[in-house]
Design a protein around this ligand. Sequence first.
Ligand SMILES: Cc1cc2nc3c(=O)[nH]c(=O)nc-3n(C[C@H](O)[C@H](O)[C@H](O)COP(=O)(O)OP(=O)(O)OC[C@H]3O[C@@H](n4cnc5c(N)ncnc54)[C@H](O)[C@@H]3O)c2cc1C
Length: 310
Amino acid sequence: MKIYKNKNLSEFTSFKIGGNTKYFIEIENLKDVEKFLKMNLDDKIFILGGGTNVLINDFDGIILKPKFEEIENLKDGILKIGSSVLVSELLEYAINLGYQGLEWAGGLPGTVGGAIEGGVGCFGGEFKNLILEVEAINLKTKEYRIFKKEECEFEYRNSFFRKNSGWLIISCKLIFNPGHNIEDLRKIAEEKIKYRKEKHPLEYPNAGSVFKNYPFDIASKRVKELALEKNKVKNDPFPVIPMAFLISEAGLKGKRIGDAQISEKHSNFIINLGKARFEDVYNLIEFTKKTLEDKFEISPEVEIRIIHNR
Ligand SMILES: Cc1cc2nc3c(=O)[nH]c(=O)nc-3n(C[C@H](O)[C@H](O)[C@H](O)COP(=O)(O)OP(=O)(O)OC[C@H]3O[C@@H](n4cnc5c(N)ncnc54)[C@H](O)[C@@H]3O)c2cc1C
């Protein structure tokens, strides 16, 4: 276990933005978890994975950085994976075994823990579909538990672990379909990576989609009509209206506050042009929300986690 005081967080986030944290604690195994729990610290805790879905300011608490990086092949298509393994590493590992099931995640940044907590998905695929069970420990009550898939309460970009903070995901068991051709699997994953390079503003630091795509069912009449007229309803994983479309329609493409800008390439991304501060991104998110509420009578939900002292 390594403990740092007053650490700056910008190097740990894909936005390259971050204030200072009171404590930054790295843990590598279950013994470290035990040691950490015995310290009985009162401070609030935020668990940081790959930092690819967060906006962080100064944090008067503990940033806990797990480093559970093992992959164990349990045979018959089942892998046990430490929560800090990158999804990209896992994908490569699975492909090399001829295990099918994760190719949709080609180019998806972040760790396995972040993917579980955030209920991630794209191109019609969802991480939850591979899950058999999740091993986790509650940092407040110290309860250790193995969650069956149903107990993880997965929803669109949500899970039990996001709804009930304090659970540190340690590992998971995933089930794949074995016996596939390695080159075929790699080709599918590479197509996704290529698509992302073309469509997403990867030239700049960012944290992925800022808002969750809007469920068609609950959209205002005006937005429903607009999306149908422009053929913009997509099924991923249920009928949604892409927020990139709505943000563009609201005329916000390229809108800039400080060095934070709504990407010209993909309007649901905010990019850091160089020196963007927490406030720049935060204010741009609030401005976008308000504009969409006023213009379209919808209440978009922010997808990225915003961490600050307020
Ligand atoms: C360029 C780009 C493209 C993206 N595309 C997509 C996409 O197509 N689909 C999609 O769904 N997302 C996408 N994202 C968002 C992001 O990649 C995912 O949400 C990712 O799974 C976050 O993982 P992370 O390890 O970086 O988590 P972090 O950003 O570090 O944290 C995110 C949340 O997960 C929690 N968390 C992380 N690890 C653990 C753990 N071990 N135990 C408990 N909680 C934990 C954190 O507390 C936090 O609440 C994209 C991001 C970027 C930058």
